[in-house]
Design a protein around this ligand. Structure first.
Ligand SMILES: *[C@@H]1O[C@H](CO)[C@@H](O)[C@H](O)[C@H]1NC(C)=O
Ligand SMILES: *[C@@H]1O[C@H](CO)[C@@H](O)[C@H](O)[C@H]1NC(C)=O
Ligand SMILES: *[C@@H]1O[C@H](CO)[C@@H](O)[C@H](O)[C@H]1NC(C)=O
Ligand SMILES: *[C@@H]1O[C@H](CO)[C@@H](O)[C@H](O)[C@H]1NC(C)=O
Length: 500
């Protein structure tokens, strides 16, 4: 993930087709864009605010601050005692849609909640005035982000005269889902319950399981996959890799690349881009942005082509890349590694709408999450190694690759990995989503109390967070109901506690 994370919906990024960088990152932007269009309510009901946060909450002598953006929607709030639903921003800018659309908004309407959303520090409009220079990124980490949430709680409590009677529930998806779980875990007196959607709470340096899980989803018949489809993808990547070794310019021409690969780095970039199209399709299956797994497998296993030649897996992959290019409006695939690195080195604030530099920093210093392909079960190209992915840590931030395992281990020690002993945290995951591998998916014994989990067997990444759609599968509709039952249960329990 380099740049591939997780990221759930609900944000708006300005599309900039001249940006180099991974396709998966751009796919995520489209997912975010989509959710804004779904926010049909008038935007004037939303208030945008700024809070001046300490740059370093843990250094009392450092008085520097940065402006952090938040949104408030009071339209549904039952004053003065109604609950507070907090949407936590993740590794990207947030927009008004975070308090206008989505399952948490539907629940707020139903239960009279005040809706809040806080943008993550160093993303979007909440960037350190000195920009994104490496020496100024030291305050970018999840611990500081959780402290931001605590200060925000205080700020909102004062400005809305909130009391103990206002029950706070937090929501978040993907990285922000992990923040939601951790906020409850570290500050249980501030937030009564937390929903953590598709939350990778276990940091992992070499996340090769991601690619294997993508493979399993391609073979999953419940969502239109098949063993044949997985085999075709695997064969196509093997053929592409072989051609790359023989005649790289021919491969580049076949896949509609903007450049001819100049070196091994560009070749890796090309294989990564091709894998991204498939990863993005699986991660956001049936979420309305890309084609679905069913459609992808239809292309990869099409046996009704006129020419036998056209039915070879390699040519199916060429076709798939073409379909991707035309549906995304990208005239060609940018495979220049040099351009990618140059974009990641840009530290100016005007590029603040981009998220790749900041998220890369967080993967290098806290989470890993590198979607490598060294494992035998990976259906893509073995060129994508941990070494090739983590070179950026050294190149961009001077962080040695050897130091990464300890950094990731610290994150798991600090938060508890996938056995976090959290209470009143609901972990929601989709069976199609590769990120489920790093989340809490099973009930575990926790001092007599199991972690609460909802598992949606045929859903993709963060699907539960989106507003209801007519085309939703039954399992997804039922899962949203189950989530709401938990939230309602927490609100009732909190009300009872207030009476005694
Ligand atoms: C996202 O939305 C903006 C504003 O509506 C639009 O200009 C842009 O092209 C969209 N980006 C993508 C990737 O669809
Ligand atoms: C950014 O780093 C420079 C160099 O260390 C320092 O002088 C400056 O105060 C930093 N700015 C912020 C906002 O941290
Ligand atoms: C590589 O492919 C190109 C384009 O198909 C072709 O013109 C060229 O002759 C090939 N080179 C080799 C060494 O096969
Ligand atoms: C398979 O290929 C044929 C011939 O090109 C085309 O008409 C058909 O739509 C394709 N089917 C799928 C599922 O892509």
């Amino acid at each position: 993930m380099l740049l591939s994370s997780s990221r759930c919906l609900v944000l708006l990024l300005v599309w900039n087709s001249t940006d180099a960088g991974r396709i998966l990152g751009r796919i995520k932007e489209r997912v975010r864009n989509l959710s804004l269009q779904k926010a049909k309510q008038p935007l004037q009901r939303v208030k945008e605010g700024r809070i001046h946060q300490q740059l370093d909450h843990f250094d009392r002598l450092d008085v520097s601050t940065f402006p952090q953006r938040f949104f408030v929607n009071e339209a549904h709030w039952r004053r003065p005692d109604g609950p507070v639903f907090l949407y936590i921003g993740g590794e990207g800018p947030i927009s008004e849609s975070t308090v206008l659309a989505g399952h948490h908004v539907a629940m707020a309407e139903e239960h009279g909640a005040l809706l809040l959303a806080l943008e993550h520090r160093f993303y979007g409009d909440s960037i350190n005035p000195d920009g994104l220079k490496t020496e100024n990124l030291s305050g970018l980490n999840s611990q500081q982000a959780l402290a931001d949430l605590a200060v925000f709680h205080q700020h909102i409590s004062q400005s809305f005269s909130l009391s103990q009677r206002n029950t706070w529930i937090s929501f978040g998806g993907s990285y922000a889902g992990a923040l939601s779980a951790w906020f409850r875990g570290k500050f249980p007196h501030l937030v009564y319950g937390a929903v953590a959607s598709s939350a990778p709470v276990r940091a992992k340096l070499d996340f090769s399981a991601y690619s294997s899980a993508v493979g399993s989803s391609l073979a999953n018949e419940a969502v239109g996959g098949s063993e044949k489809c997985l085999v075709a993808v695997r064969d196509a990547f093997a053929a592409a890799a072989a051609l790359m070794g023989g005649n790289a310019s021919r491969a580049a021409a076949d896949f509609g690349c903007c450049q001819t690969p100049k070196n091994l780095d560009d070749q890796i970039e090309l294989m990564q881009n091709l894998a991204d199209i498939i990863m993005g399709t699986v991660q956001y299956n049936e979420e309305g942005v890309l084609m679905s797994i069913n459609e992808l497998c239809g292309v990869m296993t099409n046996t009704s082509e006129a020419k036998v030649e056209e039915m070879r897996p390699y040519n199916r992959l060429v076709r798939l890349a073409k379909i991707y290019r035309s549906s995304s409006g990208e005239p060609c695939l940018d495979i220049s590694h040099e351009k990618t690195v140059t974009a990641l080195m840009d530290t100016t604030v005007h590029s603040g709408r981009r998220t790749e530099r900041q998220w890369t920093y967080q993967t290098c210093t806290e989470f890993g999450f590198y979607q490598t392909c060294e494992d035998a079960s990976c259906p893509f190209s073995g060129l994508v190694t941990l070494r090739s992915q983590t070179e950026l840590c050294l190149m961009l931030f001077g962080i040695s690759q050897d130091s990464l395992p300890e950094r990731v281990a610290f994150t798991n020690t600090y938060y508890g990995g996938d056995n976090p002993h959290t209470h009143r945290v609901l972990y929601v995951n989709g069976g199609v989503d590769p990120w489920k591998e790093l989340s809490v998916v099973r009930r575990r014994a926790e001092g007599g109390e199991g972690a609460r989990t909802v598992f949606i067997k045929d859903a993709a990444h963060c699907a539960d967070m989106m507003s209801r759609r007519a085309t939703d599968r039954r399992s997804l509709a039922e899962a949203r109901q189950e989530i709401e039952e938990h939230v309602v249960g927490w609100l009732k329990m909190a009300a009872l506690e207030m009476m005694v």
